[in-house]
Ligand binder design. Structure first.
Ligand code: SF4
Length: 229
């Protein structure tokens, strides 16, 4: 009898594709949240294999690096993405006049106004939400499940799907290379996790990719914590 060995990386990719297919069998009303980091580009690729015009939700806080805006626009043109910029009720200028630099004084409140609230509002139009979250990214994500029922403030639930939950950094990078996905140039400058510019530095701990986020003052913007209620 011949035993066929499956490459562990290939089987991870197969499992992720199966998770995407399983979720889309339940509903085609789907979106992908995309910060344009490497894992989001990987999950976006997997979902677009099935739904090329899937809604791509970008949290347009107004505080991103210019490199992120440039890369977002390049990728949108290259892949013909159905990009939806999710914007807060106030511009950066309006918020700063009214409340000052909230990212310094009250980052939780800033994330709530510019990320969490606008995203929850946008998600209300979908039944399936794909994310690029992975367990190794943070202790707060260690118990991440591929499939989760996510409660919105309205009380409605949607299916949150994280097909890359068990992927390592190497598996993300290998997937991007094998699928010719260009990556955000900020990685070449040493950034390992990239959010809003005022709240992102080079990693403070080389063993923790997210240690350059919020200078260690907090670990999450609040979106995914809310899902663990
Ligand atoms: S990451 Fe920083 S700038 Fe962006 S919304 Fe949160 S606190 Fe504000």
């Amino acid at each position: 009898m011949t035993t066929i060995e499956t490459d562990p990386i290939t089987s991870k990719y197969t499992e992720a594709r199966e998770a995407v297919a399983q979720a889309l069998n339940q509903s085609a009303s789907a979106c992908v949240t995309c910060s344009f980091q490497a894992e989001d580009m990987a999950v976006l690729h997997l979902v677009r294999e099935r739904i090329p015009d899937v809604s791509v939700l970008f949290l347009e806080t107004g505080y991103h690096f210019s490199e992120v805006y440039r890369y977002r626009d390049e990728m949108t043109r290259k892949y013909g993405l159905n990009l939806i910029n999710v914007v807060p009720p106030e511009t950066v200028e309006q918020q700063e006049v009214r409340l000052g630099l909230l990212y310094q004084s009250q980052p939780d409140q800033c994330c709530k106004l510019r990320k969490v609230g606008p995203l929850f509002h946008a998600l209300a139009g979908y039944q399936v939400w794909f994310t690029g979250l992975r367990r190794v990214q943070s202790p707060t994500r260690a118990n991440l499940q591929v499939f989760d029922q996510f409660p919105l403030p309205s009380g409605n639930k949607l299916l949150k799907v994280s097909p890359l939950a068990t992927w390592s950094d190497k598996e993300v990078w290998t997937f991007a290379r094998e699928h010719d996905i260009p990556l955000l140039p900020l990685y070449e400058a040493g950034y390992t996790s990239i959010g809003c510019e005022p709240c992102t530095t080079l990693p403070l701990d080389t063993g923790n990719a997210r240690s350059g986020r919020w200078a260690g003052r907090k670990l999450e913007c609040g979106i995914h914590i809310a899902g663990e209620r």
